[in-house]
Write a new protein. Structure first.
Length: 152
């Protein structure tokens, strides 16, 4: 029973992270954190990293703290919340940086309608070069209208 509880905590945390990501993307990255996120919408530097990558570190801090607190205290559930955040971070990296933006040359010929719709929604998000008038702020949730052209 305990194992199922910890798996559930990890899974629920993963799902909640999509909501956290949407809110953070809309209100922080496209708000007071625009300074770090702007180069992601208006790439000028063609190096390996962009200022926007600082958000990976920012999002890793709670996960690391929860791992530490979950191991160093009797509140083991904190470890599994940290694990859910970590799993979401890994998914975010693979989906956003590898599949959507193709910063790495893995999974080049993806044909799954969900991932194609996800890429389309993200392209719509990036058509706005400024921080205003954005749409599609989530990472894993794709509005139905983007699936239509890929479903046969």
């Amino acid at each position: 029973m305990t194992a199922l509880l910890y798996i559930g905590i990890t899974a629920v945390t993963f799902v909640i992270m999509e909501m956290v990501t949407w809110c953070t993307h809309k209100y922080v990255m496209h708000g007071f954190g625009w300074y770090l996120h702007e180069d992601h919408h208006q790439p000028k530097y063609q190096g390996v990293f962009e200022k926007n990558d600082a958000f990976f570190v920012i999002f890793a801090i709670p996960s690391i703290l929860l791992f530490y607190l979950g191991v160093e205290t009797p509140r083991t559930f904190l470890f599994f919340i940290g694990l859910g955040i970590l799993f979401y971070g890994i998914a975010y990296f693979l989906v956003h940086d590898v599949i959507i933006h193709r910063r790495f040359k893995w999974f080049q010929n993806v044909k799954w309608p969900y991932l194609l719709a996800l890429r389309k929604a993200h392209k719509v998000h990036h058509k706005h070069l400024g921080k205003e008038d954005g749409e599609c702020f989530g990472m894993l949730f794709v509005p139905k209208k983007y699936f239509k052209q890929y479903m046969k």
